[in-house]
Structures are given as structure tokens and as C-alpha cells.
Design a protein around this ligand. Structure first.
Ligand SMILES: *Cc1c(COP(=O)(O)O)cnc(C)c1O
Length: 372
């Protein structure tokens, strides 16, 4: 066998595969998983019941157009269901948008510490990812615009951004869009929109409603607590919706996932509980970690980006290992170019208390080894 006969397309081997947040500590002991920004309080009991109920019809193909789910999303967010496409997580929609609008020779723009899937999706499509620098770990409108050229096809912006927790205001988003050429697609990834209370925040719905070259993506994986089921959706112009419907798999969202997502959408009380939990514990956690002397970036999501001292035994790698030894799993941020930080999701009340106590012990005890 000649080892070089079969080769993936240019760009594929440049991809560092996406590594999700760990679910177990090294010893396999049960752990508190704060590594993937999942819902601290879990899924709506109504969504769980709908999922179980759908198990009776596993021999049937799903509704390939997600008709009932799109109707439910349209009702909940006041949108035209014909302008919605559902996907197997918003990750699938990100990949489909790149495949539809960018290829070899094209550029896909994102901010330096933006969500990793944009770079991966661009490389997978043979396009060239371009990172614009950020200012204080926040997307910089002018730096993004300065990198737009005739090869730019898509600009991805997570708003709020994962992992930094920062956001652009509605006015900044509008300015970014206003200066973007009309043949560049602006994709606003609003995966954490439901958590944000800031009055100057906009999920991008209005921009997407008004402009052909704007798409907003959303997910059921975060506030709605359905990460396991892989359901996301996008709202865009008829032209973009048409393009994505031509290339997506005909049954890309499973039927149990569709039915659970509809039940989750209708359970407003559970959504309010998830939001209230985050409103209570995100600021509490931030204050506690600041009081320990850590640098904690402001966040409007359901997670915090925490910077550790750059001293051996007190750095982010040592903190990660120490937390894991105590049954807590944060997310290491080397892949995001932020090796001195950890991203930590908001957990249940007792998880949050344990996190603070373990970090206190870490910072106040003797220096610790970095590896397990
Ligand atoms: C978690 C996350 C997503 C999405 O996920 P899916 O589970 O694929 O819907 C998308 N964008 C950002 C910024 C995220 O953090």
C-alpha cells in the first residue's frame, strides 16, 4: 500500500480536531462537569417526557422539514417559520453555511478568540480562516472590518462570545454590518442569547430580519438543556434558507430531538428557572473568584473565563489538575490561544460553593504540580 495515495483535500490536515469539555476526571471518578457550558439545572421535565414518548416511533423517519419545530420557534420568537432552518446542533448549521458560501480561495473571518468551530468549518471547506485581533478579549469591529477584502465570504461573530463571555452591543453590531460589503455573509452566533439581560444587547434578530446577508444561529444546547440531542436553528433571508435547505441532509434532526425541543420551548417556566439560576450564580461566582485574587473577565453567558497567575504551581495548568483531583472539571483554553485561563461553567449551588472552596485551597496552599 502506498501511504500517500489517498490524501484528504488541502486544509483538512491543518484542522486540530475539536475536543469537547471532559466529562470525567482522570481516575474516572464521578465529577462535577463545568467544562461545556451545559445547563446547570438540566432539561425541562416536559422535554424529557416528550423524548421518551417519541421512543415508540423509532422506526419512522423524522419530519425532514422540522415543520412543527419551526412553527414552535416562530411562535416563541415571533419569526416567520419559512425563514428558519433547523440543524443537528448549531455546529451543523455553521458547517453548512461555510459549505454553501465559501470554498478554496475564499476567506472566512472571525475574531481571535472566537468560537473554534468557525476555523474548523472554514478549513473543512477548503477556505482560509482569518482571525482579527481583539481588544481586551472582546471582538473589535474596526479590526474585523480592516480584514475584509474581496476574498472574504463570511464573518462569524459569536455574540456573546464563547469562551470570553464578552459581547458587542446592538449598536456595535449594526455598525459592523453597515460597513460590510453586501456579498459578505454576517453570521451572528447567539448560542447564549437567552442568558443575556444587558439592555444594550441584541441577538441579531432584527438585523437578520432586515438584511439578506445576515444570519442568526441559536441552540437548544445551552439554556434549554438539550445538548445531548443536538438541535440548533438559524434564522436568515429566504435566499440563504434556500441554499442551506439544498445541501443539508434530508433528515438532519432526529424526531425525538424535534419533539423534545418543542416541549422545551413551550415550558416557559423551566426557561425562567434556568435564567434565574444563572442570574443568581454567575455574579456570585465572579465576586467570589475576584475576592480570591483571580482575574475574572466580565461575562454575560453561563460561564466565566478565569485567568491564573503565571507562576509555576499556581498557573492554569496546575489549577486544572488540582480541580480535577477534587472532582471538578473546568475547560482548559490552550486551543483558544488563552493558555493562562480556564473556562468554568456555572453549576448548581453546591457545585459553585465547592469550586470556590477548592480554588481557595489551591491558591492559599503550597504550590502544586501541573500534571496529574
Ligand atoms: C455551545 C456553542 C454552540 C453550539 O452548539 P450546538 O450544541 O452545536 O448547538 C455554538 N456556538 C457557540 C458560541 C457555543 O458556545
Amino acid at each position: 500500500m502506498s501511504p500517500l495515495a489517498l490524501r484528504p483535500r488541502a486544509g483538512i490536515l491543518e484542522i486540530s480536531p475539536y475536543v469537547g469539555g471532559k466529562a470525567e476526571t482522570e481516575g474516572g471518578r464521578p465529577a462535577i462537569k463545568l467544562s461545556a457550558n451545559e445547563s446547570a439545572i438540566g432539561a425541562s421535565p416536559k422535554a424529557i417526557a416528550a423524548f421518551k414518548n417519541a421512543a415508540e416511533r423509532l422506526h419512522r423517519y423524522p419530519d425532514g422539514s422540522c415543520s412543527a419545530l419551526r412553527t414552535a420557534i416562530g411562535r416563541r420568537f415571533n419569526l416567520d417559520p419559512d425563514r428558519i432552518v433547523c440543524g443537528a446542533g448549531s455546529d451543523e448549521l455553521i458547517a453548512l453555511l461555510v459549505r454553501a458560501y465559501a470554498g478554496p480561495g475564499d476567506e472566512v473571518l472571525h475574531s481571535a478568540h472566537g468560537f473554534l468551530m468557525y476555523r474548523i468549518a472554514a478549513l473543512a471547506a477548503g477556505a482560509h480562516p482569518v482571525a482579527a485581533p481583539e481588544r481586551d478579549l472582546k471582538a473589535d469591529v474596526d479590526a474585523l472590518l480592516a480584514r475584509v477584502n474581496s476574498r472574504t465570504r463570511i464573518l462569524f461573530l459569536a455574540n456573546p462570545n464563547n469562551p470570553t463571555g464578552s459581547y458587542l452591543t446592538g449598536a456595535e453590531l449594526r455598525r459592523l454590518h453597515a460597513q460590510l460589503p453586501p456579498d459578505v455573509l454576517l453570521v451572528i452566533d447567539a448560542a447564549y442569547a437567552e442568558f443575556v439581560s444587558a439592555p444594550d444587547y441584541s441577538s441579531g434578530i432584527e438585523l437578520a430580519r432586515e438584511h439578506e446577508n445576515v444570519v442568526m444561529t441559536r441552540t437548544f444546547s445551552k439554556l434549554f438543556g438539550l445538548a445531548a440531542l443536538r438541535v440548533g436553528w438559524m434564522y436568515g433571508s429566504p435566499a440563504v434558507v434556500d441554499a442551506i435547505n439544498r445541501i443539508r441532509g434530508p433528515f438532519n434532526v432526529s424526531q425525538p430531538a424535534q419533539e423534545a425541543a418543542i416541549a422545551a420551548l413551550e415550558d416557559l417556566e423551566h426557561q425562567a428557572r434556568a435564567k434565574a439560576h444563572n442570574d443568581r450564580w454567575l455574579p456570585w461566582l465572579r465576586e467570589q473568584l475576584l475576592a480570591l485574587g483571580l482575574l475574572v473577565y466580565p461575562s454575560v453567558g453561563n460561564f466565566l473565563l478565569v485567568e491564573f497567575p503565571r507562576e509555576p504551581g499556581r498557573d492554569a495548568a496546575a489549577a486544572e489538575a488540582f480541580l480535577e483531583r477534587h472532582g471538578l472539571i473546568p475547560r482548559a483554553m490552550g486551543a483558544y490561544g488563552l493558555p493562562h485561563t480556564l473556562r468554568i461553567s456555572v453549576g448548581l449551588e453546591e457545585d459553585n460553593h465547592k469550586l470556590v472552596e477548592v480554588l481557595r485551597a489551591f491558591l492559599q496552599g503550597p504550590p502544586h504540580a501541573g500534571a496529574l
